[in-house]
Design a protein around this ligand. Structure first.
Ligand code: NI
Length: 141
């Protein structure tokens, strides 16, 4: 697929542009257009997550103490309730008490967010975080 480029001019405070160029260099971008395009994509993904429109992919990371009664059963039941949003689950026994579970999710943003909220709020979960990205189809390179 061919990519067409559009040029547009942006006015920025001089100090802000200087900081941008410094960040571009530190992050290893070959030019500032590539860095700005990444920032725009990040903004679009975040906007779609908040508006709940379209399909997203992501991960839910959960930290919990497996000794807490029924926590593992609860998390498994919730994932069965959202069968179509769960792609894969990865479980790591961190130490004697704690487990880390990473659940790869995809689907309508609203449903993915709902599942993540339920998992993170489950009794026994010490810390949880949803990371959302795009499925890539609706995000120009
Ligand atoms: Ni474990």
């Amino acid at each position: 697929m061919s990519k067409s480029l559009s040029r547009f001019s942006v006015s920025l405070p001089t100090a802000l542009l200087k900081d941008l160029d410094q960040m571009v260099q530190q992050k290893g971008y070959t030019n500032r257009s590539l860095a700005i395009a990444d920032m725009i994509r990040d903004g679009l993904v975040s906007h779609r997550q908040q508006t709940g429109e379209g399909e997203v992919a992501g991960t839910v990371t959960l930290l919990f103490d497996h000794h807490r009664s029924h926590v593992q059963e609860t998390l498994t039941r919730m994932q069965h309730d959202h069968l179509h949003q769960v792609i894969s689950t990865f479980h790591v026994h961190l130490n004697h008490d704690n487990c880390l579970e990473v659940i790869v999710v995809r689907g309508e943003a609203r449903l993915v967010k709902k599942l993540a909220d339920r998992l993170i709020a489950a009794k026994g979960v010490k810390h949880g975080k949803l990371t959302i990205t795009s499925v890539g189809l609706d995000l120009p390179a």
